[in-house]
Design a protein around this ligand. Structure first.
Ligand code: TEU
Ligand code: CA
Length: 558
């Protein structure tokens, strides 16, 4: 397998609004990030994925961009950005930008022009359609944030497409001028010295010709994923590779909603004609409901999770490259979702989850606070929520009678994106050391117990466990490149697998349950060395009984 630095790296995602506020306005900012680079250096990560910092009216917290070449007022200035980039580089940390080009803000100058008249030069930068003959919407597609994906604009008596909020009109990638403008913008950032891009919903950029109606979901609209993996998406990404990405040594990951294994082999094929890797979502849907999607209180069945991750591990082996993640700014906290956030098991289960994901094949991503075992916030009042998705769906589902307010509130508590967006917990001072002012979203009240300062002091903390996993990756090539093979596929409590490469092998065993679990350590690991474990076990031979959420990794060299 080809060796690549981006395969050997660990990426850390920063959601700037919630990371660190340097000036007391309650909103995290670029200078706040610069001040915490030593913390990240200490953790040992190689690359930062920076969620959007561009100029934005913040309808969707920066994922609605009104100027790709300017910094959001609340986050600072371009000089602040340049200083952050230079300081990161001095410390050997790379910066990966969030490229949000499926859509812009409706306040972007292209859209302001586009909506003026049907013959404006920017008209075809977006997707405009008249109503159907009977006066109904152009098609039945829905927005990811509830309601239809079409917004009426009276100036030209037409609708524009928005797969996300109505302040996020979709760009028309079939227009070569759009593509060229995007590539020019990417080159401008590459010239500045950024090291790559995480590409927001890049799987959605090529829309099916004719924009046909699709199977409707629970609220009567087809999901935004109907636009995934469209007819020209690979062609456009290959063009992007040639016209922009090849101008630098980049790391790229496509956020690919609706991606299948077969499609991922095209996006992330090892011939490097498109992207280095993709974020797939199958394991994020493991606790979804067939009809209501994420808005459910369902718990996952471990066997489903194993089946999904095993399929991706084996399916991409030697063909393409995986990204590995439990969390990001769109998902609830993993320790609350896949582990156990009770006082008794929070730390142990956070370490178990970290072991499980970091020992697989692929590039691991750590989302801010995950390395502390930060938990869901479980807001129980709508007014505490800030996320457009949570607020819109609460209104739509309860007003239409699809769900009772009580049930919908329970779903939000478990699934809202705001669970991951509460401020980073730096220390036990007021507002968790995130800000001197009033934070834009409430701080989780468990910050006195769960915070970075305390964990930096404690050699057994979740932080130091992540640090060790990251260090091990630098010491043992097999953690990056070894071939994956699952064990005990039908076991309902244990996720175990091996990695093999030449004379070396690894065994990872994780108990995902709050009960003891019996496991037989394979003969071939007799006498193996333990690389890491979350409960201090010393004996690893034959039949052993694992404690709740126990995990360990054995290493053997012939
Ligand atoms: O997310 C798009 C996406 O497919 C989802 O992760 C989606 O937001 C989630 O499933 C809803 O529950 C990206 C960004 O990561 C997200 O923050 C933006 O809101 C969205 O695109 C629009 O830019
Ligand atoms: Ca600030």
């Amino acid at each position: 397998m080809e060796k690549r630095w981006w395969k050997e790296s660990v990426v850390y995602q920063i959601y700037p609004r919630s990371f660190c506020d340097s000036n007391g306005d309650g909103i995290g900012d670029l200078n706040g990030i610069t001040g915490k680079l030593d913390y990240l250096k200490e953790l040992g990560i190689d690359v930062i994925w920076l969620s959007p910092v561009y100029k934005s009216p913040n309808d969707d917290n920066g994922y609605d961009i009104s100027d790709y070449q300017a910094i959001m007022d609340e986050f600072g200035t371009m000089e602040d950005f340049d200083r952050m980039l230079a300081t990161a580089h001095e410390k050997g940390i790379k910066i990966m930008m969030d490229l949000v080009v499926n859509h812009t803000s409706d306040e972007h100058k292209w859209f302001i022009e586009s909506r003026k008249s049907t013959d404006n030069p920017y008209r075809d930068y977006y997707i405009w359609r008249p109503a159907k003959e009977d006066g109904s919407l152009p098609n039945n597609w829905g927005s990811c944030f509830s309601g239809p994906a079409w917004e009426y604009d009276k100036t030209t008596d037409m609708y524009f497409l928005h797969l996300f909020s109505k302040k996020q009109p979709d760009l028309n990638w079939d227009n070569p001028a759009v593509r060229q403008d995007v590539f020019d913008m990417m080159n401008w950032w590459l010239k500045k010295g950024v090291d790559g891009f995480r590409m927001d919903v890049i799987s959605l950029i090529s829309k099916e010709p004719g924009l046909p109606d699709k199977e409707p979901g629970i609220n009567g609209y087809a999901t935004f994923n109907v636009s995934a993996n469209g007819p020209h998406v690979h062609e456009y990404l290959q063009e992007m590779r040639q016209k922009a990405l090849n101008n630098a040594d980049t790391i790229t990951v496509g956020e690919c909603s609706g991606v299948t294994l077969e499609e991922a082999k095209k996006y992330a094929r090892s011939d490097e004609k498109e992207l280095n890797m993709v974020f797939q979502f199958e394991h994020m849907d493991v606790d979804s409901d067939e009809k209501a999607g994420k808005w459910t209180t369902r718990k996952m069945d471990l066997r489903d999770l194993k089946k999904i991750l095993t399929r991706w591990q084996k399916g991409l082996q030697d063909i393409a490259w995986n990204s590995l993640y439990w969390e990001n700014h769109d998902q609830p906290r993993s320790v609350s979702r896949f582990g156990n956030d009770s006082d008794e098991y929070r730390e142990i289960s956070a370490k178990m989850l970290a072991t499980c994901i970091h020992m697989m094949q692929g590039t691991p991503y750590v989302y801010q606070g995950e390395e502390l075992g930060m938990t869901n916030i479980y807001f129980d009042k709508l007014e505490d929520y800030r996320d457009i998705e949570s607020i819109n769906y609460f209104e739509e589902f309860t007003e239409s009678g699809l769900m009772t307010p009580e049930h919908m509130m329970k779903c939000l508590m478990l699934r809202s994106r705001d669970n991951a967006r509460t401020p980073m917990q730096w220390d036990d001072s007021k507002q968790a050391g995130f800000t001197d002012g009033e934070p834009w979203i409430k701080v989780n009240q468990n910050y006195k117990k769960i915070n970075a300062a305390q964990q930096l002091e404690d050699p057994d903390s979740v932080f130091h466990y992540y640090q060790k996993l990251i260090r091990l990756r630098k010491e043992k090539d097999i953690i990056v490149y070894g071939e994956f093979e699952p064990l005990y596929r039908e076991d309902e409590q244990i996720f175990a697998y091996t990695r093999k490469q030449d004379q070396e092998k690894l065994l990872t065993v994780c108990n995902f349950s709050d009960k003891n679990a019996e496991v037989e350590v394979p003969e071939e690991f007799k006498g193996a060395e333990c690389l890491i474990t979350n409960l201090g076990r010393k004996e690893f031979e034959g039949k052993i009984v694992l404690n709740p959420y126990e995990a360990f990794v054995l290493y053997y060299k012939h």
